[in-house]
Design a protein around this ligand. Structure first.
Ligand SMILES: Nc1ncnc2c1ncn2[C@@H]1O[C@H](COP(=O)(O)OP(=O)(O)OP(=O)(O)O)[C@@H](O)[C@H]1O
Length: 734
């Protein structure tokens, strides 16, 4: 099967080449012209079979079909070269009549003109060869997954236009350039026809020189304008792309924390990078091509009508078929593309998750498990890719069949018009050239229009984030200069999923100038209280007050400046220690940074690091231990001189000595602010001025250490259990 998979496409390409070449020869031989439909169906069916075969042999690798197109172009090119070279040589021989059965030099000249047309057509294959191979190579380099199409593109288009607004005049200039350049392109067919008439009628020699001069000038002008236009357009589009990317990133950052809980990092990153890239690439490349071909389409139609309205009518009769069939097949292709996109996203999610948790994967030696999971996801994608490739083959087949049909009919009908003297040979030559470009313009418009539509549809996914209103009530306006840091939870009830209540009618108070500790068993809801204080989530019932005012009445930025949280899983950025401590507070002096680091018992070890405060503290290249990370995180919180300092198991990774030092420093710090301490170590908690014990989302008891010990309740039992376990550990170590 593997060997077959190489042999079969090559065979089919050869067959296809023969058929296409026969069609070219049919331009010279009336006999072959009498059987156009046999040739047509032969060509179309061969092409379809090759594409279908490729689709099933190499599903998911559309580059293969691109390479096939390139291969076919190369084949046609190789066949054409010797044949037309021989033909040109034969034309100079006296045996011409015997060879072709033609009876006059007039027919020989006609043959010559058709050959010129064929050569021009041949040059089209050269460019198509270069383009398709270019696409083939770049598809390996880029490999961006296709976008999820959407039906309602009108609104998205309007939004996109909004981003184009600042560049309005540039787009106007681009449109004018497209118009002028497309007009210039009409020179070749128009003046080739005139030259043909000159050859046939032996007009004044000046006519030939004039035609060739105008043709050259117009072609050069058109190429220069095209260059300027492409440059302007692409620079503008990349400007728009970067600004859209920035806006989307900003919009995502504004979302509430529950949104980040529900959306995977992989999806977010893909939305900002891959989705915006694909949309902008599609709009840069495909929209620009769509503009070109639409302009060409208009000009070609105009010139074709001016050459012969009858032949134009015939050409246009084929248009509905060219439009309808690919549209039907294209719709199916789009549906599959959506499924492929979704399936790819699932596979990407597995990969992202695995790479970001690589240490855990290695610790559990689960590389094979993750590989298998990824493989299974890819299998789903593979199955869909097969369908997608088949749909692609079907739509390409439909396209080529309809355009081939049109070509044969035009040649046949045009030939009869020349014989009857209704149009001149030059007109036919021009018309044939126009028609060749016209068919490819229609084909291109049909191809690029859905792609542009698809890209605009995909942009809707990006706009979803822009439109999404964060599910947190808008922040207030309060930002008082003097904040005490007095916190009150009044009958607060909260649930993450509206089913299981995590906090049940909780009321508690954290007073300024003292350390309040929150203790309880795991999952009792301690960290949830902190998340509510940070406004990550909203209580279902009750209210949280800061200095007697609802939390929501404060400015968000102000709140996060005044409330600093250090949690157990402190995350440092892959940046220097200095950048991590000054995170969000870059304006602060180095002296303040040293002060915060000293309070967090971090300054000493930082100065011993290879590059001191410039050492990389990040997760990947980081050179700091877990305990050191925690101290950097505490310094990061203290640098902003918070009014409420929350330590959620923030010293769990510190050794006894460092933990003691940090807590001594915090005791001093607590005089200026309120400290909320969450810790599972009772030795740490007992020093707090006030201790609140939480059990299953409810406050069970509160007081200071002595009071709670005398109570002999949950707190006393927690202390007792911890003491026992410490005693046992000490005994074991002795
Ligand atoms: N983002 C979340 N989405 C849904 N449920 C959550 C979320 N975060 C916490 N929970 C649930 O809320 C409950 C309380 O969790 P919380 O982290 O507040 O407890 P805790 O007392 O701080 O526990 P621990 O001492 O283990 O840190 C748990 O049942 C937990 O599963």
């Amino acid at each position: 099967m593997q060997k077959m998979s190489y042999f079969f496409p090559v065979l089919c390409v050869c067959l296809d080449v023969c058929v296409v070449h026969t069609i070219r020869l049919s331009q010279l031989s009336p006999l072959l012209l009498s059987h156009p439909f046999i040739i047509l169906w032969g060509g179309a069916l061969t092409r379809a079979s090759v594409l279908a075969f490729l689709a099933f042999t190499y599903p998911g690798s559309l580059p293969w079909t691109k390479s096939f197109e390139g291969l076919q172009s190369l084949g046609v090119l190789c066949f054409h070269f010797p044949v037309y070279a021989t033909l040109l040589w034969v034309l100079g021989q006296s045996t011409m009549e015997e060879l072709w059965g033609w009876h006059s030099w007039e027919r020989v000249l006609q043959g010559y003109i058709v050959t010129v047309v064929a050569w021009l057509y041949w040059s089209r294959y050269v460019s198509s060869l270069l383009i398709s191979w270019g696409q083939y190579i770049s598809s390996f380099i880029k490999r961006t997954p296709s976008q999820k199409p959407k039906e309602e593109t009108g609104a998205s288009l309007k939004r996109l236009m909004g981003y184009m607004q600042p560049f309005f005049w540039r787009f106007v200039a681009v449109l004018i350039l497209v118009f002028l350049s497309s007009y210039g392109e009409m020179a070749i067919p128009q003046y080739t026809g005139r030259m043909a008439d000159w050859i046939m009628n032996e007009e004044a020699p000046d006519a030939f020189t004039e035609a060739i001069t105008i043709m050259t000038l117009m072609t050069i002008a058109s190429a220069v304008l095209e260059f300027i236009c492409d440059l302007t357009y692409n620079i503008t589009m990349s400007r728009i792309h970067t600004s859209v990317q920035g806006v989307v990133f900003q919009a995502v950052l504004k979302q509430e924390i529950a949104f980040f809980d529900a959306t995977s990092t992989g999806e977010l990153v893909s939305r900002i990078t891959t989705d915006t890239n694909s949309v902008s690439e599609a709009l840069s490349e495909e929209l620009s091509l769509l503009m070109w071909y639409t302009a060409r389409f208009g000009f070609l139609l105009f010139y074709m009508v001016s050459q012969s309205w009858k032949m134009t009518l015939l050409t246009c009769m084929g248009l509905p078929i060219i439009w309808v069939i690919p549209k039907l097949t294209g719709r199916f292709h789009q549906t599959i593309a959506v499924q492929v996109q979704e399936s790819l996203a699932k596979a990407n999610q597995v990969a992202t998750e695995t790479f970001s948790n690589m240490k855990t994967v290695r610790s559990f030696a689960n590389e094979d498990g993750e590989t298998e999971k990824y493989r299974l996801r890819l299998e789903d994608t593979y199955a869909l890719n097969k369908k997608e490739a088949a749909a692609y083959a079907a739509s390409t087949w439909a396209n080529s069949m309809t355009t081939l049909a049109l070509k044969v009919c035009i040649l046949y009908y045009g030939g009869t018009l020349v014989t009857r003297g209704a149009v001149s040979s030059g007109d036919l030559v021009s018309f044939v050239l126009y028609e060749l470009q016209f068919a490819s313009a229609v084909e291109a418009v049909m191809r690029y229009y859905p792609q542009v539509k698809k890209a605009i549809g995909a942009s809707e996914k990006i706009f979803e984030y822009l439109d999404r209103k964060p599910q947190v009530p808008p922040d207030g306006t309060l930002a008082p200069e003097n904040l005490q840091g007095h916190i009150q939870f009044k009958n607060v009830t909260f649930s993450y999923n509206k089913e299981n209540l995590v906090l049940k009618n909780i009321s508690l108070e954290v007073k300024p100038g003292q350390i309040t500790a929150l203790v309880g068993l795991n999952r009792s809801g301690k960290s949830t209280c902190v998340k509510l204080l940070e406004r990550f989530y909203q209580p279902i019932e009750g209210e949280i007050l800061l200095d007697g005012k609802p939390l929501n009445s404060y400015k968000d930025q102000y709140l996060h400046d005044k409330i600093a949280v250090v949690s157990q899983e402190c995350v440092l950025f892959a940046r220097s220690v200095r950048e991590n401590i000054k995170y969000g507070y870059e304006h602060v002096s180095d002296e303040d940074m040293y002060r915060a680091a000293n309070l967090a018992s971090a300054h000493k070890f930082i100065m011993e690091l290879p590059n001191k405060y410039d050492t990389d503290a990040g997760e990947k290249g980081g050179q700091v231990s877990g305990g050191q990370k925690q101290r950097i995180a505490i310094a990061r919180a203290l640098i902003r001189r918070p009014k409420v300092l929350i330590l959620d198991n923030a010293t769990s990774d510190l050794d006894t000595e460092n933990e003691y030092q940090v807590h001594q420093a915090l005791m001093d710090q607590a005089k200026d602010c309120s400290v909320l301490l969450i810790s599972n170590k009772m030795s740490v908690v007992e020093k707090a001025s006030h201790i609140i014990v939480i059990d299953r989302g409810m406050v069970k008891e509160e007081g200071n250490h002595e009071e709670l010990m005398n109570n002999k309740g949950l707190y006393a039992s927690l202390v007792e259990k911890q003491n026992k376990s410490c005693f046992r550990n000490e005994e074991e170590s002795n």
